[in-house]
Design a protein around this ligand. Structure first.
Ligand code: ADP
Length: 312
């Protein structure tokens, strides 16, 4: 299947933003065609000659041609890898630089809202609250971009210690209740008793759980119902979150964990989102030795689940 995808040149060119003749798939086909052509020509020419010298020379010529083409393909790949590395480094530096002024703005607006609230009229208060929530969104985006750069550079650090996953889930539910109430979404938490602690990274797991909670609420329209389960199954803990929201179109489900993926059915009405949360979550759960998966039916809802080993 992957091989067939590699030969879909139009799709490859669109994804990489290059012309069809510049795609790796096209170069691969050209390399194959040239090799077959040169081999055939060599065969027919050498058939007319009995001398072994001629065959050796013509075969060497073929090898040289293949090496030259192979070398240019390797140089192209080398260039792509270098560019990709430069891009990750750029994203990392730019995000770091953006984080400092954004944190300062956030700090100033929070100070105004907490200490000088009384001196503000209604309009000023609304404006400052808007600045505060937009700054929070920007900080989240910058942090997500930093995490993506860390994942791509293999620099994401995990601090493992005994973790109470039930506590993380319970606190995430409490934190999201105001948003759920505002959107008329009911949350049910169903956990088996005596959930054991696991050796994991609490901060990173909180990111994953928060993301799954946020998505369940964000992509559930009015009168929503969200059911959360945390159970012990064999040597793992299994978390799942079920919503009766908009679901994900079947033909797009294969790309859900891709970077920047946002499904067609939500971009129309839900502008808030970067398409990075699930990409980061999948990497975190993978690095912590677990698995993440989902089931979804468009118009009916989705269930996102992950499992983590109890002993790591
Ligand atoms: P974001 O929510 O910021 O767009 P995510 O990576 O968290 O990014 O999710 C990627 C996409 O997967 C979303 O844009 C949405 O199309 C789809 N998605 C994720 N969770 C759900 C859900 N619970 N219900 C429906 N669609 C979802």
């Amino acid at each position: 299947m992957q091989f067939v995808n590699d030969l879909d040149l139009k799709k490859q060119a669109k994804e990489l933003g290059v012309k069809i003749w510049q795609t790796p798939g096209f170069l691969f086909i050209i390399l194959g065609v040239i090799t077959i052509f040169v081999m055939t020509v060599t065969y027919f020419i050498s058939k007319n000659y009995d001398s072994p010298e001629f065959i050796i020379i013509s075969e060497s010529l073929v090898v040289v041609i293949i090496l030259i083409i192979g070398n240019s393909v390797i140089r192209l790949i080398d260039q792509i890898i270098r560019l990709n590395k430069m891009k990750s480094e750029f994203v990392s530096v730019a995000s770091h630089q953006l984080r400092t002024p954004l944190s300062a703005i956030k700090w100033e607006t929070e100070l105004m809202l907490s200490k000088f609230k009384k001196g503000l009229n209604k309009k000023q208060l609304i404006n400052i609250e808007n600045i505060d929530s937009l700054t929070t969104r920007m900080i989240k985006l910058v942090n997500d971009l930093l995490d993506v750069a860390r994942i791509e550079q293999g620099r994401m650090i995990f601090k493992k210690s005994p973790v109470d996953l039930y506590k993380i889930v319970y606190e995430a539910k409490e934190d999201i209740l105001p948003l759920a109430n505002a959107r008329n979404v009911e949350i049910l938490l169903n956990c088996s008793k005596n959930i054991p602690k696991i050796t994991s990274d609490a901060g990173r797991l909180k990111m994953v759980v928060d993301n799954l909670f946020n998505n369940a609420i964000k992509y559930t329209t009015n009168r929503g119902k969200i059911e959360i389960k945390l159970i012990k199954k064999n040597n793992s803990l299994v978390f799942s979150i079920k919503d009766n929201g908009v679901g994900i179109p079947e033909e797009q489900q294969g790309r859900v964990f891709d970077k920047f993926f946002r499904s067609d059915n939500i971009v129309k009405y839900q502008t808030e989102g970067t398409g990075l949360g699930l990409y980061i979550s999948k990497n975190i759960i993978g690095q912590l030795g677990g698995e993440i998966w989902f089931q979804s039916v468009e118009g009916l809802g989705s269930i996102f689940s992950f499992s983590l080993p109890i002993k790591n």
